[in-house]
Design a protein around this ligand. Sequence first.
Ligand code: PXG
Length: 441
Amino acid sequence: MALDRKSPNDLNAFWMPFTANRQFKKNPRMFVGAKDMHYTTSDGRQVLDGTAGLWCCNAGHCRPKITEAIQKQAAELDYAPAFQMGHPIAFELANRILDIAPDEMAHVFYTNSGSESVETALKLAIGYHRARGDGARTRLIGRERGYHGVNFGGISVGGIVTNRKTFGPLVPGVDHLPHTHLPEENRWSKGCPEHGAHLADDLERIIALHGAETIAAVIVEPVAGSTGVLLPPKGYLQKLRDITKKHGILLIFDEVITGFGRTGAAFAAEKYGVVPDMMTTAKGLTNGVIPMGAVLATAEVHDAFMNGPEHMIELFHGYTYSGNPIAAAAGIATIETYREEGLFERAAELAPYWEEALHSLKGVRNVIDIRNEGLIGAVELEPIAGEPTKRAFSAFLKAYDKGILIRTTGDIIAMSPPLIISKEQIDELVGTLKEVLEEVE
Ligand code: PXG
């Protein structure tokens, strides 16, 4: 061990996730502080957070209630075993989550991330059918362009090509619905687009192909985020619900980004009036401050496992940090902050202003589509011929220089500000983005 080999600030040791490592390390962008709507950079600038971190800091940054809850919990009970032992606040948080979830959700299984929530839900789906004597139902149906985290189950049901193609044959027995992006029909839609509910009918084709008796679950994001914000066409989610129900297939909503107020309701299930059998969550559950995820399940899913002798473990699944006390304390304080400040209602109230502001970018150079819902927005750019992603990435870098944080995926700019954003800050975000788009190649 050559401890003196490198300076502590050498950037090479940290292999950064989903990052152009070589580009970054030549020209690093470092945040050293955050408060409410802003990050502070290492060169002392303020950057307006247009993305709530990575779609997770829905209450804004360094909120006192959450910070204090974490500090207090770390001093009182830092860790308790998660298997065969409990501690009160994990139970309390589960109840707080159910308070804001659709009534049908009855149980909460803790994970540490969205990716783990997805793996958990997929395993629960297969286990549920097996527990009911329907063990041939093992197939999982995802969707093209879907993002369900980066673990093997998630990338298998997911449909982001770059996230899948490097990693071998993936989980077997998976099929995919078509994505719902119909630019010709739906360009410039505000909220959910009119066209495309029929795309859910493809599930009938997949069911006919494989046989319903082999299919465990369908998993979709109610609003597909990572792929560049694809809204569900009107009526689409209800159709998926009707078809899955008809064939005894579980429906999983991946609400990792849509949960906790992002769409202007607590969950997208509530927003769209469609209740799945399970919901996967993470991110906004703890305001992004401490890693934690949760799978919400109906009583029917849960109860299927509750058989056999009482001293036996019912589900051979869980994580060392499931329901970690400090994460649970952060979760409770986060949900209290959302409630006390009425942040879900605030997101709904601001949504029309956000929509108008975003759509004012129609006609700006290279903008070919704009999509929005709640406090989610996407601005799609015409790619530079032969150099996909370059225009949006240049916009990201220029935006950062001008003091706003945006996200890009392909040539799509995605935004999801903390729900505490003001109208003036919306104007600043969109106004600066306009300047950026007028300046980039
Ligand atoms: N499901 C969905 C729908 C997600 O959006 C995950 C699962 C995985 O969560 P974890 O906690 O394992 O990362 C996600 C994560 C982006 C972006 O900018 C989106 C995510 C993560 C990072 C960046 O689009 N989504």
